[in-house]
Design a protein around this ligand. Structure first.
Ligand code: NAD
Ligand code: TYD
Length: 343
C-alpha cells in the first residue's frame, strides 16, 4: 500500500479510537493524525498506546475552528479525512440540542471546506442508521436500505441527517470526493459509560440499579466496533465517491434481552433491573440491510454478538481504571441529573 496520511477526527472517542488502533495495526506505513477537541466524551488515556507509535499524532482542536483545521491540513497534507467527531448521545440531545446542531452540522462543513481547499482525495462522513428514523416492531420484514427516506426522530439524528445532506450537496455542487457510511449501534472497548451496554455492565458490577427505558422492548441492531472500522477502511480505499453505504450485521436485539444477558454473564440478579420513564420520541426498532456494502465491497461482519459481548464484558472487567476515572468525574453529575432527578 502507498503511504497515506489520514486525519481522523473524534479519534479520542469510542469508535474513532478503535479506528485509530485498527488502522495503525493494519497499515504500518500510514500516518494517522487524530484531531479531537476532547469534550466530555473524548479521552486522552484511550490513545495512550497510540501515542507510542511514531506514525501517530494527536492534535487538540475543534472541528468548528476553521483556522485550526486549515492550519492542520496545511501541515499534514492529508490524503483522506474520516470524520467521527460528533456529539453522539441521544439523551443529551433531548436535554439541549444546541451543541448537537453546531458540532454535527457546522463541524463537517468546516472539514469539507478544508478538504476542497487542500484537494483532499476523500472525505468520509461517519453517519448513523438513526437518520432513517425507526421501524415498527410488528414488521420484521422491513429494513433500512440506502434508499429509505431520511426521517430523523431526535435532535441528534436530525443533526446527523443534516450533515449527510450537506455532504451530498458538497459532492454534487463542488465535486467534493465524499462518501458516507450509516452504521447500526456499535459496542466494544472504550464505549463511553453513558451508553446502554457499558452503562449496564458498570452498574451491574457496582450492584446499582439497571435503568431500562419504557417496556425494554425497543430493538437495536448491534455490531462489534471492529467490524464497523473494517467497513470504513474498505469504503475509503474503494473507488466509490458519492456513495452511501449502510453497515450492520443483522443482529437485532431487544434492550431487555441485552440487559438480562449482561446480568447472567456477570452472575448478578435480575432484581437489579428497574423500568424507568421512557425516552421522549424513543425510536422503536433499527434494522440495517447491508446488501449493498456486501455485494459491492465484499464486507462481512466477523464477530458474532455472543462472542463480542463476552469480549466486551471482559474488557470492562480488565480496564476498571479507564471507566472508574470517567464515572468519578463530571459524569457523576450527568448521572445524578439523568437518573436520580437531581438538578
Ligand atoms: P463518542 O461520543 O464516543 O466520541 C465523539 C468524539 O468526538 C469525542 O472524542 C469528542 O471529544 C469528539 N468531539 C466532539 N465534538 C468535537 C468537536 N467539536 N471537535 C473535535 N472533536 C469533537 O462518539 P462515538 O460513539 O465514537 O461515535 C463516533 C461517530 O460515529 C459519531 O459521528 C456518531 O454519530 C457515529 N455513530 C456512532 C454509533 C454508535 O453506536 N456509537 C453508531 C453509528 C454511527
Ligand atoms: P443508546 O446506547 O443511548 O443508543 P441509541 O439510543 O443511540 O440507540 O441506547 C440504546 C437503547 O437502550 C435505546 O433504545 C435506549 C435504551 N437505554 C435504556 O433503556 N436505558 C439507558 O439507561 C440507556 C442509556 C439507554
Amino acid at each position: 500500500m502507498d503511504k497515506k496520511t489520514i486525519i481522523v477526527t473524534g479519534g479520542a472517542g469510542f469508535i474513532g479510537s478503535n479506528f485509530v488502533y485498527y488502522m495503525l495495526k493494519k497499515y504500518p506505513n500510514y500516518r494517522i493524525v487524530c484531531l479531537d477537541s476532547l469534550t466530555y466524551a473524548g479521552n486522552l488515556s484511550t490513545l495512550k498506546k497510540a501515542m507510542e507509535n511514531e506514525n501517530f499524532r494527536f492534535v487538540k482542536a475543534d472541528i468548528r475552528d476553521a483556522e485550526a483545521v486549515d492550519n492542520l491540513f496545511t501541515e499534514e497534507k492529508p490524503d483522506i479525512v474520516v470524520n467521527f467527531a460528533a456529539e453522539s448521545h441521544v439523551d443529551r440531545s433531548i436535554e439541549d440540542p444546541q451543541i448537537f446542531l453546531e458540532t454535527n452540522i457546522m463541524g463537517p462543513k468546516v472539514l469539507m471546506d478544508a478538504c476542497l481547499n487542500h484537494k483532499v482525495s476523500r472525505y468520509h462522513q461517519v453517519s448513523t442508521d438513526e437518520v432513517y428514523g425507526d421501524l415498527p416492531l410488528d414488521r420484521p420484514d422491513l429494513f433500512f436500505t440506502e434508499k429509505t427516506n431520511l426521517h430523523a426522530s431526535s435532535p441528534y439524528s436530525a443533526s446527523k441527517a443534516s450533515a449527510d445532506l450537506v455532504t451530498m450537496a458538497y459532492h454534487r455542487t463542488y465535486g467534493l470526493p465524499a462518501t458516507i457510511s450509516r452504521c447500526s449501534n456499535n459496542y466494544g472497548p472504550y464505549h463511553f459509560p453513558e451508553k446502554l451496554i457499558p452503562l449496564m455492565i458498570i452498574n451491574a458490577l457496582n450492584d446499582k440499579k439497571l435503568p431500562v427505558y419504557g417496556d425494554g422492548l425497543n430493538v437495536r441492531d448491534w455490531l462489534y466496533v471492529e467490524d464497523h472500522c473494517k467497513a470504513i477502511d474498505m469504503i475509503i480505499h474503494a473507488d466509490c465517491v458519492g456513495e452511501v453505504y449502510n453497515v450492520g450485521g443483522h443482529n437485532e436485539m431487544a434492550n431487555i434481552d441485552i440487559v438480562k444477558l449482561i446480568l447472567k454473564e456477570l452472575g448478578k440478579p435480575e432484581s437489579l433491573i428497574e423500568f424507568v420513564e421512557d425516552r421522549k420520541g424513543h425510536d422503536r426498532r433499527y434494522a440495517i440491510d447491508p446488501t449493498k456494502i456486501r455485494e459491492q465491497l465484499g464486507w462481512e461482519p466477523e464477530t458474532k454478538f455472543e462472542n463480542g459481548i463476552v469480549k466486551t464484558i471482559k474488557w470492562y472487567l480488565d480496564h476498571k481504571d479507564w471507566w472508574e476515572e470517567i464515572i468519578s468525574g463530571d459524569y457523576k453529575n450527568y448521572y445524578k441529573k439523568m437518573y436520580e432527578g437531581e438538578a
